[in-house]
Design a protein around this ligand. Sequence first.
Ligand code: NAD
Length: 290
Amino acid sequence: MKIGFIGLGNMGAPMAVNLANAGHEVTGFDLTAPCPDGVTKASDAASTAQNADAVITMLPNGDILRAVADQIIPVMQQGAVLLDCSTVDVESARAVAAQAEAAGLLAADAPVSGGVGGAQAGTLTFMAGGSEAAFEKVAPLFDVMGQKAVHCGPSGNGQAAKICNNMILGVTMIATCEAFALADKLGLDRQKMFDVVSTSSGYSWTMNAYCPAPDVGPQSPADNDYQPGFAAELMLKDLRLSQQAAKAVDADTPMGQSATDLYQSFVEQEGGKGKDFSAMLPRFVSRERG
Ligand code: NAD
């Protein structure tokens, strides 16, 4: 396929490289990031999109996605597919898809989980929204860039799945960290806490696979001085998107709101920026009951 790739940052660059290595003809554009080897550099977004069978965007947020979509949709060829893999608000995802479809294009939103490591290794998970035809057209690209793609329904449903998943993740990480901090104060050894909880009804991915306590459980960012991993500010971004969506559809998400508030304080006032999202554990340990 001829692929245009817009947004060659931490995630986009390795995804574009994997597509090029798989034999696709990839042209790329980024405002600031360099064009990686194997990808042909374009001078702007429109020329990246012009002759492409598929245009993939991997951008910071919904406003930027909408601005880029305005530039590329008018020049894309009929029947081509616009595949947005960024994490953006559901409303922007649906608006861009509607704009693309009105112009005779196919559209899919497919945010990812798996982080930079997954992007490099080609093992991302894609959560896709859009028509069956759009999903079928980009499925071979998902196979190159990832290990799993779930078609979650119409446009925007990929973003919906991503923010619901990450709201669970943020809330669960906080619950796991505050329980460890409580255990410390009760004199319960962290390893014993792990041994019990990881095999009891409190088990979770954050406890069992990504334990926030150093030297306990499998290797995780906690064992590397909380270097990310998944940075706290990215968790905050996704939690904010979950609350934006919850407000838009009048959904009651008190735990999601609390997690958003806690990550906001952590990132903006408590030095959490640049640390893994599991660094909530030392944050709880260092605090008194408020
Ligand atoms: P990044 O900031 O490294 O990359 C974004 C790139 O977009 C930058 O290089 C920037 O220059 C470029 N850009 C911005 N505006 C542009 C424009 N108008 N035209 C062309 N390029 C433009 O971010 P990232 O970590 O690669 O994340 C990209 C997306 O993936 C985000 O939506 C993020 O939430 C999501 N995501 C990131 C991770 C992760 O671990 N980094 C994991 C899952 C999802």
